[in-house]
Design a protein around this ligand. Structure first.
Ligand SMILES: *[C@@H]1O[C@H](CO)[C@@H](O)[C@H](O)[C@H]1NC(C)=O
Ligand SMILES: *[C@@H]1O[C@H](CO)[C@@H](O)[C@H](O)[C@H]1NC(C)=O
Ligand SMILES: *[C@@H]1O[C@H](CO)[C@@H](O)[C@H](O)[C@H]1NC(C)=O
Ligand SMILES: *[C@@H]1O[C@H](CO)[C@@H](O)[C@H](O)[C@H]1NC(C)=O
Ligand SMILES: *[C@@H]1O[C@H](CO)[C@@H](O)[C@H](O)[C@H]1NC(C)=O
Ligand SMILES: *[C@@H]1O[C@H](CO)[C@@H](O)[C@H](O)[C@H]1NC(C)=O
Ligand SMILES: *[C@@H]1O[C@H](CO)[C@@H](O)[C@H](O)[C@H]1NC(C)=O
Ligand SMILES: *[C@@H]1O[C@H](CO)[C@@H](O)[C@H](O)[C@H]1NC(C)=O
Ligand SMILES: *[C@@H]1O[C@H](CO)[C@@H](O)[C@H](O)[C@H]1NC(C)=O
Ligand SMILES: *[C@@H]1O[C@H](CO)[C@@H](O)[C@H](O)[C@H]1NC(C)=O
Ligand SMILES: *[C@@H]1O[C@H](CO)[C@@H](O)[C@H](O)[C@H]1NC(C)=O
Ligand SMILES: CC(=O)N[C@H]1CO[C@H](CO)[C@@H](O)[C@@H]1O
Length: 484
């Protein structure tokens, strides 16, 4: 077995500029989404491995966005996840369930089965029944059934949830302004709550004016709440954007759009490293599991706002921000060994893998890729793509041996995926193909023709080797051929 490329020869050639960036980003979106699903989707629980349960709802929404720009077999996980989960999946608190609510509505748009909408409605109905209380801070949703804390994220999510459900009132048997009225009620409360403070940034939540020593404690009859000066997390500047954009769209009240623009602008001016890359306050060393996904959420919701913006200087600035962050993570966050993206989008010592990297941080990278494509490429659905430029991949087989992958001047790159650990029925096909003369290239794919990489034909029945992988992670390598 010879080894053509050793790890030390890794060459990362990132060429993302202007017109190329959409295609590059689309390829990265496809590769990253595929990796997330094939390596980390748990077929039996419907959840992503190594993510908090609420984060799985977010990754589902990110995957729905991916499916909205590229036709992909990954779509199967929506139905699968629906069957495996219920309206209380996500966690114990009212923010947890709403991430899933938003995902189901987004999924409905790419896989139009009304059962998804009904799931979203069921989550919403529970929340309106249980979580809104007038006698604490004069309104708003409380965070959890057992917590009196009123925070920004739960309420921002409720604004967005209401507005995302608004177009579906008649399908869901509600009066035509049912969800809109809730959104307006939520926004009126939110705007006056004091949570939007310096420079239009939103703090974590509210506390009692009288008992500020007991942080975030709000007694059952306390209407004198004030901003708790908590962290201005990036996701708190994100979710509000889509809610306000849709409320603006429904009411034509331009002030709402302006507020959203101001919040987005304050974020990209202030919650950043000095070179303009998004920064979570806990970086580099103090982010907990929850916080690993916050930046991706900000970007995704900024993407939802952008189509509504009329002022082209804001619009261009926001798109430029997304593009700069995308370029940054490709050069500073990507781990060549396992294809995961790290927590820091701006780690200056980039030559190896960040210690903090998992499904959640990689899901945040997917948000960047899909958002960049969506904001620049309107709504055109692109059916599959060629891999364009990925640098060299690391091909290892199930025994961690280097696979003799290719030797040809027409093949210059590989991309590897692990098949799902829990996919008992996965079959690997091992191909050896002639690559225009020189030597050979080998490729292993799942037994599904949709998994065959672009540029290769599915060769049913003539696979050289067939391997049943029972819980054995098997590496799949996608190889890119030059068109030259
Ligand atoms: C991007 O992809 C589209 C559609 O596949 C193609 O027409 C276009 O030429 C590509 N652009 C670049 C810069 O490669
Ligand atoms: C969804 O899954 C159910 C149960 O496995 C199945 O009956 C149904 O056909 C699936 N629907 C789609 C659209 O794949
Ligand atoms: C938050 O900071 C402001 C000053 O900016 C202060 O007046 C207020 O008391 C602080 N709130 C709490 C809960 O500490
Ligand atoms: C914006 O509002 C229009 C008309 O009120 C509606 O048709 C459209 O679907 C809305 N857009 C979004 C993204 O909800
Ligand atoms: C538009 O929204 C702003 C901000 O919430 C609000 O102050 C104003 O009253 C709204 N205008 C109308 C006509 O509802
Ligand atoms: C990387 O460099 C930028 C600008 O040169 C700086 O703002 C940032 O703090 C650095 N990142 C880290 C994680 O140290
Ligand atoms: C993106 O990067 C370019 C080049 O460094 C810079 O000119 C531009 O201001 C950046 N955009 C934003 C929004 O930071
Ligand atoms: C930044 O990258 C280097 C490797 O280049 C790594 O050793 C370090 O842990 C990373 N920093 C963080 C905070 O992940
Ligand atoms: C792959 O081929 C393209 C087109 O010839 C070339 O630009 C690129 O540098 C090559 N990549 C590697 C990693 O050799
Ligand atoms: C292959 O390498 C990975 C990562 O280093 C390790 O977790 C795994 O146990 C190895 N598998 C085998 C069969 O040695
Ligand atoms: C997931 O599990 C179901 C039931 O065990 C099976 O029918 C389905 O093919 C599996 N899907 C994948 C992609 O493994
Ligand atoms: C396990 C097995 O059957 N391996 C075979 C895979 O294909 C190559 C060549 O096509 C054979 O040399 C191996 O023995």
């Amino acid at each position: 077995m010879f080894r053509l490329f050793s790890l030390s020869l890794f060459l990362i050639v990132i060429r993302i500029v202007n017109s190329d960036s959409i295609n590059e980003s689309l390829n990265w979106a496809e590769v990253t989404g595929t990796r997330l699903v094939s390596c980390y989707y748990h077929n039996l629980t419907g959840l992503m491995l190594n993510e908090e349960k609420w984060q799985s709802g977010n990754t589902l929404e990110s995957l729905a966005n991916l499916i909205s720009i590229i036709d992909s077999p990954l779509k199967y996980i929506f139905n699968r996840t629906f069957i495996r989960t219920d309206k209380s999946t996500g966690g114990n608190c009212y923010d947890d369930h709403q991430w899933w609510l938003l995902a189901w509505i987004q999924i409905y748009q790419v896989d139009p089965n009304v059962k998804y909408l009904h799931r979203a409605k069921d989550i919403y109905d529970t929340i309106t029944k249980e979580a809104w209380s007038k006698n604490q801070c004069s309104g708003g949703l409380r965070w959890c059934p057992t917590r009196t804390y009123k925070n920004a994220i739960t309420n921002e999510l409720f604004l967005s949830s209401s507005m995302r459900l608004h177009p579906y009132t008649s399908i869901l048997g509600k009066s035509s302004n049912y969800y809109l009225d809730w959104a307006i009620k939520e926004w009126n409360w939110f705007e006056n709550s004091g949570m939007i403070k310096n420079y239009y940034l939103i703090n974590d939540g509210l506390t009692s004016q009288d008992k500020s020593s007991l942080k975030n404690f709000i007694s059952s009859n306390d209407n004198k709440c004030i901003n708790n000066n908590g962290t201005t997390w990036t996701y708190n500047q994100g979710v509000i954007l889509s809610g306000l954009a849709l409320l603006y769209n429904a009411t034509n009240n331009i002030t709402l759009l302006n507020i959203a623009q101001n919040i987005a602008d304050a974020t990209i001016e202030r919650l950043i490293y000095s070179n303009g890359i998004l920064k979570e306050e806990c970086e580099p060393n103090n982010c907990d599991n929850d916080q690993k996904l916050f930046k991706g959420i900000f970007i995704r919701h900024l993407g939802y706002l952008i189509p509504f913006i009329k002022d082209s200087s804001y619009k261009n600035k926001f798109i430029s921000f997304i593009q700069n962050n995308t370029i940054s993570i490709l050069t500073k966050s990507r781990c060549e060994i396992d294809g995961l993206f790290g927590l820091l989008w701006n780690n200056n010592s980039s030559s190896s893998c960040q210690s903090v990297r998992n499904t959640a941080t990689t899901s945040g990278a997917l948000d960047l890729f899909t958002t960049l494509v969506k904001t620049k490429q309107s709504t055109t659905i692109i059916t599959s793509s060629k891999f364009i430029l990925f640098g060299l991949g690391n091909c290892i087989d199930e025994k961690n041996s280097s696979m003799p992958n290719f030797y040809s001047n027409r093949v210059n790159e590989t991309i590897c995926y692990l098949t799902a650990m829990n996919d008992k029925s996965a079959i690997a096909f091992d191909y050896q193909l002639n690559c225009n003369g020189n030597q050979f290239c080998r490729i292993r794919t799942l037994s599904d023709k949709h998994q065959t990489p672009p540029g290769f034909n599915y060769q049913d029945g003539i696979a050289r080797n067939v391997t049943h992988t029972n819980k054995i992670p098997l590496t799949n390598c996608y190889i890119r051929r030059n068109n030259l």
